[in-house]
Write a protein that binds this ligand. Sequence first.
Ligand code: SAM
Length: 240
Amino acid sequence: THFGFETVAEEEKAKKVGQVFHSVARRYDLMNDVMSAGLHRLWKRFTIETSGVRSGDRVLDVAGGSGDLSRLFAKKVGPTGQVLLTDINASMLGVGRDRLIDDGAAVPALQCDAEKLPFPSNYFDCVSVAFGLRNMTHKDRALAEMHRVLKPGGRLLVLEFSQVWSPLKPAYDAYSFKLLPIMGKLLANDEDSYRYLAESIRMHPGQEELKQMMLDAGFGRVEYHNLTAGVVALHKGWKY
Ligand code: SAM
């Protein structure tokens, strides 16, 4: 706006996201398992198994946090391929890098903002972003950047919370708004961060809206799969 309100709000969001992920980093993996009852592992495995990534491919994991997708991708691409773990948050990236080293995975970790990726154009066969897009201030810029760094024929995978099947919505809302902050308090002593996470899930665009955003960013053949009744959706789009 004329008065710069948008800019202030944007800065606030980026700052809040930074604080939240700094605060949850140490307990992030445990909380993921507890809050999703282990389902996030299945969602991630589905993402990898349907990714089409092959031996020798170059994969960029954006907002990769503690590195779950990177670790699985590293097995797919093998020694001739390349996987890069990236995240804007040093605390999350630190946890991810340590875990990958412990697992013996050869995955470099790099701190960078998805909205300004420090990579050449037309470089990667696959870009993934799991549970990261909803935290970004300018999703359109991030999608445009992911499109830029992909090779023609390469694909973007977006795994993200989505619109749950409507009959389940009341139960799901009760879970995310009431139970999630309580679990955050009990397990991580961090009610606020988990309240933010519930809020960010509710605000995130649904399946069709995200599909349109990907089309607007230049992706073709955009499709999505609902997982667990739409709690999560996996969107795929190709660069031509
Ligand atoms: N991909 C991991 C997973 O699925 O477990 C981590 C997901 S975590 C919920 C979201 C991550 O997005 C955080 O690590 C956060 O730092 C990162 N993030 C938020 N905004 C970002 C941005 N603009 N660029 C890169 N990463 C960002």
